[in-house]
Design a protein around this ligand. Structure first.
Ligand code: NG1
Ligand code: ZN
Length: 537
């Protein structure tokens, strides 16, 4: 049974800050690092309970604030198969985090136990990692006290990317775990081995492309990509030439500062310190390496962004071609959010004839929708996403049968892709290799890839408001239902612009309201975004 005295004793080290109301949102808990100690301690407890509930399976805990400023941090829980925490448990997380006293905390714990019929005598196992933020070690110490308080067994993976933690949580639960060596090293090894081998298989004996610069946002992606590239070199030292920039994880203040995927996508410009020659290929990761965007500069100096929508189009297009060549009865669908560029949706639906669905922002919504297809491709425009192969699709791809050489080749490629894609979660490093392998197979330049459709000019702006909770949406966040009458005003503005589209929604991760606008010209689009922002403010 749970040891209330032990919990109270340890919890006393991490008193809840009275004035703060915490919410487990789309990205878990995320805020200024100094407000998070009590929350992280309690997350350790919750992970232990969840593990007991799920037959002692490993529950993952990632300490990161992704693309947020360096002073922020955050924490999220990962379910045994590497997926996001189940919804019902998000609300337990919120309740635990907001318990005002140690006694209230005990009451919430007891109520989670009784509501879920948790057997307190079962072993509890958790696995955790952090990104490179300076506040990480202190928060990990609080987490370890939470794990201790609930008498769970913890595996510390040290510094990892978010997708590595997701993948290794799955690995510990469902793959054979060798006994020797620390989990920290093992987690790196199984990851590099898996993805380097799959990449080798996916590129086959095709020609390499030109070098690529990767901006690692001065975060954890830098050391991990360096290692991964070395593993790839060992298998085939002439297939993937990457130059990592913004790889300084030691100097304070550099993480995500004027660099990284979010900076590039939002600002529609390269990282500050990067001077790009014409058609030099480049990409940016975010601070925990689960997002990636690609880009280059044209002959006439125009910056060209290849975002999540372009990645979805590239990968869905390649996969469906292989499926058709292999004559497999497998359906492929694409999942987007309202932030997907209108041109990408039109291209996927009209030219490639994919079923495309639109879901609310937040990876869990995309992930769940994508599970409805045999092969579900999902990417947020900001570069976060992956491809899910259902067991039906995997069975067909991996089954034997008499085939032509051409069909056999297509099947082999598909098999390689199922291994190359991190199916637990969107993964910048896996996505980098996925894109590179498709481009190598097609022998496409970035320019050629970019030309599949032309993005409509678009703008995303943040508006700071007194209370963002008053903004309520429907229709996958594309329509406001509250405040009353605001949507009608937005509609009127939108109608004044050719190919105009705009929507407003409260952010789930920042204290702002986001305004998105599209129109046929840059000027129109900026004006529309500005005017809609004026309505919100
Ligand atoms: P919010 O803050 O709810 O817009 C942002 C991103 C999401 C997702 C989450 C989680 C945009 C417009 N929104 O959500 O796509 O990545 O953060 O990190 O990019
Ligand atoms: Zn991230």
């Amino acid at each position: 049974t749970i040891d209330c005295d032990k919990i109270k004793e340890l919890s006393a080290k991490y008193p809840k800050l009275k004035e703060i109301n915490y919410t487990y949102g789309t990205a878990g808990f995320r805020m200024k690092a100094e407000y998070l100690e009590s929350v992280i301690f309690r997350v350790g407890i919750l992970a232990g309970l969840r593990s007991r509930k799920l037959d002692s399976k490993f529950i993952g805990i990632m300490v990161t604030a992704s693309h947020n400023p360096e002073a922020d941090n955050g924490v999220k829980l990962v379910d045994p198969s590497g997926e996001m925490l189940e919804q019902q448990w998000e609300s337990y997380a919120t309740q635990l985090a907001n318990a005002q006293s140690d006694d209230e905390l005990i009451n919430v714990i007891k109520s989670v136990i009784s509501q879920n019929g948790i057997d307190e005598s079962k072993k509890a196992s958790v696995v955790y990692a952090r990104d490179t933020r300076p506040s990480g070690p202190k928060l990990i110490a609080a987490l370890e006290d939470g794990i201790k308080a609930i008498s769970a067994v913890g595996e510390n993976l040290g510094i990892k990317t978010t997708p590595q933690l997701h993948y290794f949580t799955y690995y510990l639960n469902y793959c054979e775990k060798p006994t020797e060596g620390s989990c920290d090293e093992l987690a790196d090894k199984v990851y590099y081995e898996k993805f380097s081998k799959a990449f080798q298989k996916a590129v086959g004996d095709n020609q390499r492309l030109s070098d690529i610069y990767v901006d690692a946002a001065n975060g954890v992606g830098a050391p991990k990509l360096k290692d991964l590239a070395q593993w790839i070199d060992k298998l085939n030292d002439n297939i993937f030439k990457v130059t990592i920039i913004n790889d300084d994880t030691d100097t304070r203040g550099k993480l995500n500062f004027q660099c990284g995927a979010d900076y590039v996508k939002t600002g529609q410009k390269p990282p500050l310190a990067l001077n790009l020659a014409c058609e030099q290929r480049a990409a940016s990761l975010d601070g925990d390496a689960d997002r990636i965007v690609f880009y280059y500069v044209d002959e006439d100096g125009t910056f060209r962004l290849l975002d999540g929508d372009k990645i979805a189009a590239l990968s869905a297009g390649f996969i469906i071609e292989l499926v058709k060549t292999a004559c497999l009865d497998i359906s492929v669908g694409v999942v987007q959010t309202a932030y997907a560029n209108g041109s990408s949706t039109a291209y996927l639906e009209r030219e490639l004839a994919f079923p495309v669905s639109c879901v609310p922002t937040g990876v869990k919504h995309l992930h769940h929708k994508a599970q409805e297809y045999d092969v579900g491709v999902y990417f947020e425009a900001n570069g976060h996403g992956t491809v899910l192969f259902s067991s039906k699709a995997l069975d067909k791809i991996n089954s034997d049968g008499s085939r032509t050489t051409e069909q056999e080749k297509a099947i082999k490629k598909l098999q390689a892709l199922t291994e190359l894609i991190n199916q637990t979660v969107g993964d910048a490093l896996s996505d980098l290799l996925l894109v590179e392998s498709i481009l190598i197979n097609r022998q496409w330049t970035f320019k050629k890839w970019n030309s599949v459709y032309t993005d409509k000019p678009n703008r995303l702006v943040k508006v700071v408001v007194a209370d963002r909770q008053i903004f309520k949406t429907t229709n996958a966040e594309r329509t406001l239902v509250e405040p009353n009458g605001l949507q009608e005003k937005i509609d009127k503005l939108v109608a004044q612009y050719k190919d105009g589209r705009s929507f407003v929604r409260p952010s789930g991760t920042e204290d702002v309201v986001r305004v998105y606008a599209e129109a046929s010209t840059r000027e129109d689009c900026d004006q529309l975004a500005f005017k809609v922002a004026g309505l919100v403010y």
